[in-house]
Design a protein around this ligand. Structure first.
Ligand code: ZN
Ligand code: ZN
Length: 286
């Protein structure tokens, strides 16, 4: 474990304190909470569907312009750039539950696997030797470097929505600041925590349908929060599949979103079970 960064620790602590202060000062309303749910799922879909299933696992194909849209959409979550995210995720699959796995609770202990690894000096580095498949896209390398533009743009968006609602729909009983606090601050932190919960809980307990080399688990009750990323044992068994839910009752809204994008013609060659069967399923490929 490398050195912790005081800067990262203070930044993450400050974000939580500002969000808490914001909720205490500006209160809550159904409008603000509803908007927070929208911004949470809107961005969690980008992390699960794009950063994870596209940039890390190449579970479908797309055009170069929409690839950039997916990259920028993902940055609004505040999870750094797509290539940094996918670098650490590819390493996670390669070394799952072994030294080198960036967030294994078995190797590092719960605290270091949950948040400690993100507090290190060089947390989430980009390794282009692992991301060669994106090296010919300068626009992706650019947004990966300037990833902070995503959350800043999203902050501007929530401020604009808040201003519009406060001035045009007083019956919704909210304020611009309340919309910013819930739609940006609380939602961004919830997004970060749900990713950390998946990284740790799904390698600690739950059910295992597949005897994978790692200790990954499916946790059904995390579905409403992680909208499909919780079928983590399925995912480790078949990492390249665009779907993580493999039974009819394993709801996977992120996959439904990918299917919708395919229907709209924005993505194609979605690596689903039937597609995989035709091409000999490679269980270990990224
Ligand atoms: Zn995992
Ligand atoms: Zn994965």
């Amino acid at each position: 474990m490398k050195n912790y960064s005081l800067k990262h620790c203070l930044r993450i602590l400050t974000m939580h304190l500002i969000a808490l202060a914001g909720v205490l000062i500006y209160g809550w309303s159904w409008t603000a909470v509803g908007f927070a749910l929208f911004t949470f799922y809107f961005r969690h879909f980008a992390v699960g569907g794009f950063y994870h299933r596209y940039f890390s696992h190449r579970s479908f194909k797309t055009s170069r312009p929409f690839q950039f849209v997916m990259a920028f959409w993902g940055t609004t979550s505040g999870h750094k750039g797509p290539l940094s995210w996918a670098t650490s995720h590819r390493i996670h699959h390669k070394y799952a539950e072994k030294p080198g796995d960036p967030h294994s609770p078995k190797v590092l202990g719960f605290g270091r696997a949950y948040i400690g690894w993100l507090l290190q000096e060089d947390a989430l580095p980009t390794d282009m030797t692992l991301m060669k498949d994106f090296s010919s896209y300068p626009e992706i390398i650019w947004i990966n470097k300037y990833h902070f533009l995503g959350p800043l743009t999203f902050l501007g968006f929530t401020a604009a929505v808040g201003y519009f609602i406060e001035n045009n729909f007083p019956s919704l009983q909210t304020t611009q600041m309340q919309i910013i606090v819930w739609g940006f601050l609380v939602s961004t932190l919830a997004n970060a925590h749900i990713a950390m919960v998946i990284n740790t809980f799904c390698h600690l307990f739950g059910t295992r349908r597949y005897e994978t080399r790692d200790e990954s688990y499916n946790i059904w009750w995390l579905m409403p929060f992680s909208i499909g990323e919780n079928w983590h044992n399925n995912h480790h068994a078949y990492p390249k599949l665009a779907a993580s839910g493999l039974k009819w009752w394993e709801l996977d809204p992120i996959y439904w979103g990918i299917q919708l994008l395919a229907k709209l013609g924005l993505v194609w060659d979605v690596y689903d079970r039937s597609y995989a069967k035709e091409r000999t399923l490679d269980e270990t490929s990224l």
